[in-house]
Each structure stands twice: as structure tokens, then as C-alpha cells.
Design a protein around this ligand. Structure first.
Ligand code: RI2
Length: 310
């Protein structure tokens, strides 16, 4: 796939999901390095930086994207020779993809331990990490059922119910606005994440924070499955996570929208769930309370407050 194809597919959400976007970007940088004709280090670094910029601009919210790009580009920017830079891209991209796959497997093991016989688990959107926990619990023979939301406007819930159904898991499909109606039946909420801030707030698909609020009201545990590369280093200095606002045509038919001259259509793709509503974040390094987000950013992503020029 060319860099332009990757760019298009991430923007259009043909390739989506925070983890998948990150792995795709890492692979795209590796593939792009092979198309650079020059063996001059300066030219190579410039062209790789330009590719990284293009990928960074595809979607603004999932922090897994800049984190993956930083991991792959670090060796390129530090290399003293063209050969070192070329090898750095290849090694770091392969390592990132392998570790990302392993992280999901580890999260599945840790998260599955939180699901018990008789549970009613609610999930929102389509998260590879959250679904891995649910599927692993089912594989271990636990008997439970799932509520999955529709996830307007892009209907990622359709992918979720197909995956759950194929896995043989009893699933109830509900519209997003039915979450509170059913919350009294739900014993555990598991969602994924696009970004976790240093203060433990979770950025995830629009509607997540409403579900967290209902879970809080019903005293239902709310847990988040997130690889460590979804934690956001830039929030150490108070920088905010940008919430992507997507095209209004995803929400309302363009023809109908044109007839409604007084209506402003809004389409934020994500929202913030404050740490107060998050019981636990399952990472591949273990289950942590949201208040420990700083430790993940410092110890596993290797970022510290002094790393930022201010
Ligand atoms: O990495 P995994 O766990 O698959 O997904 C994490 C999150 O990424 C998705 O974003 P989108 O659908 O690309 O906007 C959803 O918000 C999902 O919860």
C-alpha cells in the first residue's frame, strides 16, 4: 500500500481503531522507507519526516498514532548513517507491531480475569482490546452475556456484534440511547480507549462518558482496556487532546441538511470520561487505577516532564 493509500484509508476510517491505526502507521513508515531512492542520510530523514507528518495529520485524537510514529522515527532522527536510519525504521516498526499484538493478548488475559460467570458485560464502539478481554473470558468457559451499542453515526457496533456472534457469545444489540435503560442489568462495562491523559481521563468514542455516568449511578464497575501506547505524554504539560469533529454528512443526509437552514449539525467523534468514573485501566503491564497514568507515561513510554521544551 502506498503512503497516499494509507492516508486515505485512515482518514475515511476504512482502517480504524486506535491500535490498528498505530500498527498501520508503523508499517506505512517502513514501506515508505523502501520507496526512497536516495541513499543520502539527510534526504532520507527529510523524506521520512515528511511521511510521518502526513500520517500524523490523518486523525487527531488517537494518541496511539503519534506514539507509534515517535517510536519508529526516533532511530531515524538519531542515526549517523543512511544504513543506520534504514535499519532503525525496519527494526522499530517490526518491534512495535509485534509488541502491539502481544499487548492485546496480555490485556485479554488480565481483562478476562475481571469477568465472572453470570456477568452482563456492556461494551461501546468496536475496541480490539476490550473485545479481546470478552472473547478470552468466553474461551475460558465463563458463562456471561454482552450488551453492545450501535455507535452512531458510523455504526462500529455492527462490527462488534459480528465479532461477538462469530465467537459464539450471547449478545444484545441496543441503540446508544438505551444504555441507561439497561444499565441496571449490567454488572460490568468494558470499553477501549483512544487516549488516556496523565490525570487518568479516558478519551474514547462519543457516548462513552454518558455510559460511564450511568455506570457510576448504578455502581457498575467501568473498566478500560488500553495498551500503554494509548497514554498521552503531551498531557504532562497540560496540553489537551484534540477531539476530532467529523463531516456532518455522517450524521444527516446532505440533502436533508441543506433544507434545514437553521440547523447546525455537530459530529464530535470522541468524548472525555473523567478518572472519577473509571475504576480500572487494563494495560499489558497490569491493571492500574486511572490515577497511575503518570507512571505508565514515565516508566513505560519513557517520557518525563523535563522532556518538554517550555
Ligand atoms: O485500539 P482499539 O482497542 O481497537 O480501539 C480503541 C478505540 O478506537 C476506536 O476509534 P475509531 O473507531 O477509530 O474512531 C474506538 O473509539 C475504540 O474504542
Amino acid at each position: 500500500m502506498t503512503l497516499a493509500d494509507t492516508e486515505k484509508k485512515i482518514k475515511s476510517m476504512e482502517i480504524r481503531g486506535a491500535g490498528r491505526i498505530a500498527r498501520t502507521a508503523a508499517n506505512a513508515l517502513k514501506e515508505h522507507s523502501e520507496t526512497i531512492k536516495s541513499k543520502d542520510l539527510k534526504v532520507f530523514v527529510e523524506e521520512m519526516n515528511a511521511a510521518a507528518e502526513i500520517l500524523l495529520k490523518t486523525r487527531p485524537t488517537a494518541v496511539s498514532l503519534p506514539n507509534a510514529i515517535n517510536i519508529v522515527m526516533k532511530g531515524v532522527r538519531e542515526a549517523k548513517t543512511y544504513e543506520d536510519a534504514w535499519h532503525a525504521v525496519h527494526e522499530s516498526a517490526d518491534k512495535f507491531v509485534k509488541e502491539s499484538d502481544l499487548a492485546v493478548k496480555k490485556i485479554a488475559e488480565i481483562g478476562a480475569a475481571r469477568i465472572k460467570d453470570g456477568d452482563v458485560v456492556l461494551t461501546h464502539c468496536n475496541s480490539e482490546a476490550a473485545l479481546a478481554c470478552i472473547i478470552e473470558a468466553h474461551r475460558q468457559g465463563k458463562k456471561f452475556e454482552v450488551f453492545a451499542t450501535e455507535v452512531r453515526p458510523r455504526n462500529q457496533g455492527h462490527i462488534t456484534i459480528k465479532t461477538l456472534s462469530d465467537a459464539g457469545i450471547k449478545t444484545n444489540f441496543i441503540v446508544d440511547s438505551a444504555a441507561r435503560f439497561f444499565m441496571k442489568k449490567v454488572s460490568l462495562v468494558i470499553v477501549g480507549s483512544d487516549a488516556v491523559t496523565v490525570n487518568g481521563a479516558v478519551v474514547n468514542k462519543i457516548g462513552t462518558s454518558q455510559i460511564a455516568l450511568c455506570a457510576h449511578e448504578s455502581r457498575t464497575p467501568f473498566i478500560v482496556a488500553a495498551e500503554t501506547y494509548k497514554f498521552a505524554p503531551k498531557t504532562l504539560t497540560g496540553e489537551l487532546i484534540e477531539i476530532e469533529e467529523r463531516d456532518t454528512s455522517e450524521v444527516l443526509d446532505e440533502k436533508m441538511a441543506k433544507e434545514l437552514s437553521n440547523v447546525n449539525i455537530r459530529n464530535p467523534a470522541f468524548d472525555f470520561t473523567p478518572s472519577d468514573y473509571v475504576d480500572l485501566i487494563i494495560t499489558e503491564k497490569g491493571a492500574i487505577p486511572p490515577e497511575m497514568a503518570y507512571v505508565i507515561i514515565r516508566d513505560y513510554l519513557g517520557w518525563n516532564i523535563e522532556d518538554f521544551d517550555r
